[in-house]
Design a protein around this ligand. Structure first.
Ligand SMILES: NC(=O)c1ccc[n+]([C@@H]2O[C@H](COP(=O)([O-])OP(=O)(O)OC[C@H]3O[C@@H](n4cnc5c(N)ncnc54)[C@H](OP(=O)(O)O)[C@@H]3O)[C@@H](O)[C@H]2O)c1
Length: 273
């Protein structure tokens, strides 16, 4: 029987997920379809009812519903309860189970490239929803410590407190206090939305070198100003699209129970840039 999947959110028309999943279906010859479905803020409950009526097999959730969606789940995977937000749902005969694939998606490029995290000092810029999944990932992989730099210091402090509850040593600072300290870290991550609109990076990468891993989770544009600055210092780069692919591959595996065709998904995604 054919299967149907969707991504819900608002705005949704520029989502790259339909292309990535459709490429995987073609590659494996699966009789499945994947659409982008706009559900405005405040209309999530009705939207979910509609998806259940058409017997959707699974869906991804993006801004602004990742936290509110938790209310409508019947079962919650550990990844989801840890992060407190859901980005992937599987529907088994009307029973909705929620997962969060952002943490595994974030870690996937480190694994693919054989890059170590254990014992590393991390500078994490940003303290929003994605940063929370990233903190959980660094805790899981036993990073030595993280400095959390954010525009709103309360959010950095809250995320640092969460980091400590999952066993990661964390220090909150204001984003402007990063100054010239980037060179003191092994891994530097941008988890803010700075770069989406081609803004300049607010962090100096002075003094970092080829051993420093610089990861920008913004995936559009691919070469943000932050990535360009890191390349000038010959740092090891991880692009935002690699996390996007990692979380999509994990969602695919939850829904279909087989290994995701990573290269076909990557090819379709890079064709979209
Ligand atoms: N590659 C992927 O697979 C992937 C996955 C998830 C998210 N993302 C991307 O990651 C970014 C963050 O997503 P999110 O869900 O964490 O969003 P969010 O919860 O809204 O958090 C946004 C973060 O960006 C900061 N920020 C926003 N505008 C800023 C500005 N002008 N100057 C300084 N800081 C600013 C916010 O700081 P305040 O706390 O001060 O507001 C906060 O730390 C988005 O661009 C999203 O597209 C990528």
């Amino acid at each position: 029987m054919s299967k149907s999947f969707a991504v819900i959110g608002d705005p949704i028309d520029h989502s790259l997920s339909p292309n990535i999943h459709s490429a995987a279906f073609r590659e494996l010859g699966l009789d499945s379809s994947y659409i982008a479905y706009r559900i405005p803020k405040g209309e999530l409950e009705e939207g979910i009812e509609g998806l259940k009526k058409i017997k959707i097999n699974g869906f991804n959730i993006t801004i602004p519903h990742k936290i509110e969606m938790m209310k409508y789940l019947d079962k919650i995977d550990e990844s989801c309860s840890l992060i407190g937000a859901v980005n992937t749902v599987a529907n088994n005969d009307g029973i909705l189970k929620g997962y969060n694939t952002d943490m595994d998606g974030f870690l996937e490029p480190f694994k693919k490239k054989g890059l170590n995290i254990a014992g590393d000092k991390v500078l994490l810029i940003g303290a929003g929803g994605a940063a929370r999944a990233i903190v959980a990932g660094f805790a899981k992989e036993k990073a030595r410590s993280t400095t959390i730099a954010n525009r709103t210091i309360e959010n950095a402090t809250n995320l640092s407190n969460f980091a400590k509850t999952v066993g990661l040593d964390a220090t909150p600072i204001h984003i402007t206090d990063v100054g010239n300290t980037a060179k003191n870290y092994d891994i530097i991550v941008n988890a803010t939305s700075i770069g989406l609109k081609n803004e300049s990076s607010v962090i100096s990468l002075e003094g970092i070198n080829e051993k420093t891993v610089v990861y920008d989770i913004v995936y559009m544009p691919m070469n943000t100003d932050f990535i360009r600055k890191a390349k000038k210092q010959k740092a090891t780069i991880i692009y935002g699209y690699e996390m996007l692919l990692g979380q999509a591959a994990r969602a695919f595996e939850i829904w279909h129970g087989v290994e995701a065709p990573y290269n076909a998904m990557k090819k379709s995604l890079l064709g979209g840039f």
